[in-house]
Design a protein around this ligand. Structure first.
Ligand SMILES: *[C@@H]1O[C@H](CO)[C@@H](O)[C@H](O)[C@H]1NC(C)=O
Ligand SMILES: *[C@@H]1O[C@H](CO)[C@@H](O)[C@H](O)[C@H]1NC(C)=O
Ligand SMILES: *[C@@H]1O[C@H](CO)[C@@H](O)[C@H](O)[C@H]1NC(C)=O
Ligand SMILES: CC(=O)N[C@H]1CO[C@H](CO)[C@@H](O)[C@@H]1O
Length: 373
């Protein structure tokens, strides 16, 4: 019998010896194993594991902070069928690991090395040259990566579907444009926190990546309506957009999205301070609103009033709306929205109307937690 997946969510107390025992029992039958968060599992257990489980295809070592490049050497030597490997937060990993994987694991499709912040372009280069089938690369918080690394990806990964570069602060338009040009199948891109990118990226995505479904650009404050207009006019399959703190965008972006992106399901506009009720009016009457839009985040949009809620009342798929710190939203407005969308989750905060009494009121005063209406 095939053991499909062993694993424990959250903190994992498995010791290395147990992993070795599992590997001996399951041997060549084991295809998938998650050791996520197993802080006690180290290189020697994974060496025994690799030797015994040579048919492993999916392995998660996410958060196994004890492992080093030695584990990737073992995987490279014994596990040529590996397709999905998650090494996120294994912070001892260096580009030697990526070199080892490139030599022994040519079938790799998904690699997560988020927060492995020693990795540089040399490791990425070796990897992408030898693993032509890479579809998902998760490089969140790999802070040493520069445009050079992105150029290697753009030149070698035609199959890439998902790329996460969140908090890689050194990357700029130059590197990302080569990705857009080289990876036409891209469906999901996260560059949140990459503050140097500009509208040039949105143009390049529009011209090269028509299948884009997910775009996360939170805190990319140089992006403007001009870029989002090109994007919307070319990428009609957008489903999820995180535009938090894209502080320059206005209703103009919302108008384009409501015309050209009928599949939009999840939209974050948190801290987009120029958005007004008129933009929401367009969104609420666009094709996405009626049967797609599920989540809209408008917290910290100071110009939004109850009129926006009126515009959203016919969005029957709307499941959640964020309204924290929207000073012009009232309880009455939310109540009216509720009469049309009884199951909607509304997250808002209202300061107490009257000051809390001085006796026994201190708890209230310091309780900054939200009121879930
Ligand atoms: C591993 O297996 C051996 C032999 O079957 C057994 O004696 C030992 O207790 C097991 N160790 C652990 C930690 O499960
Ligand atoms: C990659 O690792 C990060 C950090 O642990 C995690 O949030 C993310 O879900 C992982 N992604 C995949 C596809 O494994
Ligand atoms: C990113 O922008 C900052 C501030 O504008 C600038 O100092 C820095 O040199 C830029 N980084 C790159 C890699 O272009
Ligand atoms: C070839 C090589 O090993 N390149 C780099 C690997 O990563 C370290 C930093 O973690 C660099 O110093 C090396 O130059």
């Amino acid at each position: 019998m095939e053991m499909q997946k062993a694993g424990v969510a959250g903190l994992c107390l498995l010791q290395g010896r147990v992993v070795e025992n599992i590997s001996k029992r399951c041997g060549g039958f084991l295809r998938k194993l998650s050791l996520r968060g197993c802080l006690g599992v180290g290189d020697s257990a994974l060496r025994t594991f690799s030797q015994n489980c040579r048919n492993i295809e999916l392995l998660s070592l996410n958060g196994c902070t004890k492992i080093t490049d030695s584990t990737c050497n073992s995987l490279s030597k014994f596990c040529p069928k590996l397709k999905h490997l998650d090494l996120a937060s294994c912070t001892s990993i260096t580009n030697l690991s990526l070199k080892a994987l490139s030599e022994g694991c040519p079938l790799l499709e998904q690699l997560n090395i988020s927060w492995c912040d020693q990795v540089t372009k040399d490791g990425i280069q070796a990897l992408v040259r030898s693993c032509p089938g890479l579809k998902g690369l998760f490089l969140k918080g790999c802070t040493l990566l520069e445009d050079e690394a992105l150029k290697h990806i753009g030149a070698n990964c035609p199959e890439l579907v998902t790329l996460n570069l969140q908090t890689c602060p050194q990357i700029t338009d130059e590197g990302l444009i080569t990705i857009c040009r080289g990876c036409h199948r891209l469906q999901s891109l996260c560059v949140s926190g990459c503050a140097n990118i500009t509208d040039a990226i949105l143009h390049a995505l529009g011209q090269n990546c028509p299948r884009l479904r997910i775009l996360e650009v939170a805190r990319c404050s140089q992006l403007t309506d001009v870029g989002f207009t090109t994007l919307a006019r070319n990428c009609h399959e957008l489903e999820k957009m995180d535009l938090e703190e894209c502080v320059q965008i206005t209703d103009g972006t919302l108008i384009q999205l409501s015309i050209y992106c009928p599949r939009l399901q999840v939209l974050s506009l948190s801290h987009c301070e120029l958005i007004t009720d008129d933009g929401i009016r367009h969104l609420g009457s666009g094709p996405c609103a009626h049967d797609r839009l599920e989540v809209i985040e408008l917290d910290n949009c100071p110009l939004i009033t109850d009129a926006s809620l009126e515009h959203l009342k016919s969005c029957h798929s709307l499941d959640r709306i964020e309204l924290y710190d929207c000073q012009q939203i009232t309880r009455a407005g939310i109540k009216r929205l509720r009469t049309h969308l009884p199951n909607i989750k509304v997250h808002a905060y209202f300061a107490p109307v009257t000051p809390p009494p001085s006796v026994g009121g201190s708890r209230q005063r310091f309780c900054r937690c939200c009121v879930l209406l």
